[in-house]
Structure formats: structure tokens, C-alpha cells
Write a protein that binds this ligand. Structure first.
Ligand SMILES: [Zn+2]
Length: 283
């Protein structure tokens, strides 16, 4: 792993490319410029950013520092993008985060959020940074890093549904939490916004969580209600106990066509996934 010659050339490449990153002249297929921050969120304070690199000797740490030169601003602005995707206005009941500890360090994995309440910690793996930069593509690394941060920051700012289980990998609660995080990532453009893309897993159902649920929520925002993701987040406060069906009826109207199973079928048919569909009796 410790190949100093490779390391040196990587850092030089990172530095040389970082000047170009802001205005790519030739975009990779999946490149998506960071979404604009709406005026009402431009001064929104998402919390103090406590940024640390705890394993500076890791190659991924050096790559990160070369490419993201002002991490506090980078994290703050991406937090504003997440919050504007989840909420209508700064007057909404948005979790009031005091400090976001953001730690870049050497560990196996990608990224995860820990802590809770007003004190949140997000760890980001230098191994993953290194892997995402294996072809010296600064834009690709920025795209991946932003995508990961959108997902983790959603966990910091999203609302939590009540009375629908716990974070167990299978409950409605879990599918809400992980589905919303990837819906925000798609809506912010850091998974491809094309249902034919490889980014979208085929089949599954609304309880599958992550991208499977995330693309479904994004599709609902394109086809049923442009504020769907915001309204879906808010059902955590307005639908108690929370369930998929009641959340859908609350947002789209109490009509059998709006049961989650019927909406899922409509979604699968619309994007041409009928044959991959897993029948599920879970709600
Ligand atoms: Zn997550």
C-alpha cells in the first residue's frame, strides 16, 4: 500500500486537476454540478463544523486535502443542499444541530453517521477516497464524496417516524431512514437521475431501503407531487403511528390508488421493471 512514488504522482495529479474541478470542460457521464442553493438557505447555519483528519499519513487523507481545500465550507454548503431538499423553509421544524464532527480517517467501509441530538459525527474512509480516486479523476472523487455526504447529512437533518419499529434493517422505520437518505442523494444529483442508469437497483420494493426506496421516492417527486420528498419527511411528524400506506394517503389523498403497493406497481410499470418486481405482502 505504501508506494511513495505512486503517492507523489497521485497528489500532483490531484493538485493539477483541482483547478479544473470547479468548471469541468469535459464532463464524465455521471457528472452533475452541485445544485444551486436557494436564496432562503444561503445564510442558514446547519451547525458548527468540526473537521478533523485523524490519519493524515493515509494516502486517501492526502488526496482529500488536495481536492477539498476548504472542508468547513464544503460541508456547510452541502448541508444546505440537503436541508433545502428535506424542508420547505427555515421556519420548518428542522433538527437544530450544534456541532457536526466530520472525521476523515483510515477504516474499512465508506462512511457512517453516529451520535445524535444536536451532536453529530460523520466518519469518511480514506480507503474509500483512495478507491474513488483510482483513475486520478478529481471530478469523480468530488461527485462520490458529495454523494456520500448527502446521504450521511440527511441522517443528521431528517425527521424520525414514530411507532414503526427500530433501525433493524427491515422495519418501516429503517426503510424510511435509509430510503430518504438515498432519495436526497438522487434528488441532489449524486446518483444518476435516469431510471435506466446502473445506479438504480432493479426490482425490490419500497421496504428495501437505500437506493431501491430512494429512486421510488424520487420518482414520486417527479410524477405525483414536486414536493414529495419534503412532504414525506414531514409525515414523520404528522402520521403517528407511521406506516407506508398512511404516509402515502396523507400526502397524495386517501384513495386506493395511493396505497404504497399500488404506487409501487405503477412505478415499476412506468419505468419498465415489471418483470423484476418482487411481490411483497409487507406494508
Ligand atoms: Zn444511511
Amino acid at each position: 500500500m505504501k508506494n511513495m512514488k505512486f503517492l507523489a504522482s497521485t497528489i500532483i495529479a490531484a493538485t493539477a486537476l483541482s483547478a479544473m474541478a470547479a468548471i469541468p470542460t469535459e464532463s464524465p457521464n455521471n457528472y452533475h454540478a452541485p445544485i444551486a442553493i436557494e436564496r432562503q438557505w444561503r445564510n442558514y447555519h446547519p451547525g458548527k463544523i468540526d473537521f478533523k483528519i485523524t490519519t493524515p499519513e493515509a494516502e486517501g487523507a492526502k488526496i482529500y486535502s488536495a481536492i477539498i481545500t476548504d472542508p468547513e465550507t464544503y460541508i456547510t454548503e452541502n448541508a444546505r443542499r440537503v436541508i433545502q431538499t428535506l424542508y420547505f423553509s427555515p421556519a420548518d421544524s428542522i433538527p437544530d444541530i450544534n456541532v457536526i464532527h466530520y472525521v476523515v480517517r483510515d477504516f474499512d467501509g465508506i462512511s457512517y453517521k453516529s451520535g445524535g441530538g444536536d451532536n453529530v459525527r460523520i466518519d469518511y474512509s480514506t480507503n474509500w477516497i483512495e478507491k474513488s480516486f483510482n483513475d486520478n479523476d478529481t471530478i469523480k472523487l468530488d461527485y462520490e464524496t458529495r454523494g456520500v455526504i448527502y446521504h450521511e447529512l440527511t441522517h443528521a437533518f431528517q425527521l424520525s417516524p414514530k411507532g414503526c419499529g427500530s433501525y433493524d434493517g427491515k422495519s418501516p422505520y429503517w426503510s424510511f431512514i435509509e430510503g430518504t437518505a438515498d432519495a436526497v442523494r438522487v434528488a441532489c444529483g449524486c446518483f444518476q437521475q435516469d431510471f435506466a442508469s446502473k445506479d438504480r437497483p432493479r426490482g425490490g420494493n419500497w421496504m428495501s431501503g437505500y437506493r431501491t426506496t430512494g429512486y421510488f421516492l424520487y420518482w414520486l417527486s417527479l410524477n405525483k407531487d414536486k414536493d414529495f420528498i419534503r412532504k414525506f419527511n414531514r409525515t414523520a411528524l404528522e402520521v403517528i403511528p407511521w406506516s407506508w400506506d398512511e404516509a402515502m394517503y396523507h400526502i397524495l389523498g386517501r384513495d386506493e390508488a395511493n396505497s404504497v403497493a399500488n404506487l409501487w406497481d405503477e412505478y415499476m410499470a412506468a419505468i419498465g421493471d415489471e418483470n423484476d418486481k418482487q411481490k411483497s405482502t409487507k406494508k
